[in-house]
Design a protein around this ligand. Structure first.
Ligand SMILES: [Zn+2]
Ligand SMILES: [Zn+2]
Length: 334
């Protein structure tokens, strides 16, 4: 059983995930993945190689755990948390811990052995986004859970162990520290300005223009004012909305388009780099907040964080966001 343990000094939870110790490539030096096309468990026709599916968008008449799907969601074979069991909060002397209850799922974005999300069409990317939406709504019904993080690791250096394009979600029984810090900061800003900080960012960036990569009627993609790393990119909805899963239908269409465009620009500009993206949204059942605003953060893995970053939480970024925005704007796609 995995375990959640709380750091007594700064209150950060970590997951001690014993299941994952079985992963064969654990602790080996990362290397580029050799092509896995002939053995890939995410390809259509090899459905029996994954745990039974949780959900799939399928052609009419096709059967569960068989070909005929377009997007397929399965439990992670080496989960960091486990679904079964009760939340048991305990002390261990001065320390706090709880059972590692949660969900760890893989969203297989296409039945074809593609390595990049941008090999999908925009409507196909939109279906992946709907899968995120549907999974969040379902996981929200579980009273033990407080937060769901949807993320993508692309490339071995960004933590992907399979090349077939996929994203993941981890649903947690606690709100992660990074998210509570973001919410606390937004609440603070709201308390003296009476405006949402993200709504203000959208307005200011549209005015200034220098950090905007691309926009459409519902979204803006920017290089943030104080990025941690080169080419860090945020996609922010223009309309105020705290929760990703409560977006309008048309917004998902526009999100699919801008996400595809931004990732394509990053691939072309930076020679298909490893990257991570994360969706930041509100904790479960806190949906009407006037001060929080969901968004996506994309982090290309171009620099290594080392002693200084670990020790201080400061980041040294050699690329001004105004330059990277300019660079990405110029990249021709289509
Ligand atoms: Zn595959
Ligand atoms: Zn807002």
């Amino acid at each position: 059983m995995p375990e959640l343990r709380k750091d007594p000094v700064i209150g950060r939870w970590v997951i001690i995930a014993t299941e994952r110790a079985k992963r064969p490539h654990d602790f080996k030096v990362e290397r580029e993945i050799v092509s896995q096309e002939n053995t890939c468990p995410f390809c259509e026709g090899r459905e029996e190689m994954t745990p039974p599916e949780i959900m799939a968008y399928r052609e009419n008449g096709s059967k569960k755990d068989a070909p005929g799907w377009r997007v397929r969601v399965v439990p992670n074979k080496f989960p960091a948390l486990q679904v079964e069991g009760e939340l048991d909060r305990r002390g261990e002397g001065m320390f706090d811990k709880m059972n590692g209850i949660g969900a760890h799922e893989v969203i297989i974005e296409t039945p074809k052995h593609f390595c990049n999300l941008t090999q999908l069409t925009v409507p196909e990317v939109e279906e992946v986004i709907w899968a995120y939406h549907d999974r969040i709504l379902d996981l929200k019904k579980d009273h033990r859970l407080r937060y769901v993080m949807i993320f993508k690791n692309k490339g071995a250096q960004a933590g992907a162990s399979l090349e077939h394009t996929h994203s993941q979600l981890i649903a947690l029984p606690v709100v992660p520290k990074r998210v509570s810090e973001e919410m606390a900061g937004s609440r603070e800003y709201y308390s003296f300005k009476e405006r949402c900080v993200f709504c203000d960012i959208v307005r200011q960036e549209l005015n200034d223009g220098v950090r905007v990569v691309i926009e459409n009627p519902s979204f803006i993609a920017i290089q943030p004012y104080a990025p941690r790393a080169p080419f860090e990119t945020w996609i922010i909805p223009k309309a105020h909305n705290p929760s990703f899963e409560n977006a309008q239908k048309q917004e998902y269409e526009h999100l699919a388009k801008i996400l595809w465009q931004v990732l394509r620009k990053i691939e072309l500009a930076l020679n298909d780099p490893p990257y991570n993206f994360m969706i930041h949204t509100t904790p479960f059942h806190q949906e009407d907040l006037p001060y929080y605003h969901w968004h996506i953060e994309i982090m290309p893995n171009l620099v290594k964080f080392a002693g200084f970053e670990w020790g201080t939480g400061f980041y040294i970024n050699p690329t001004p966001p105004e330059h990277s925005a300019d660079y990405l704007r110029e990249v021709k796609i289509d």
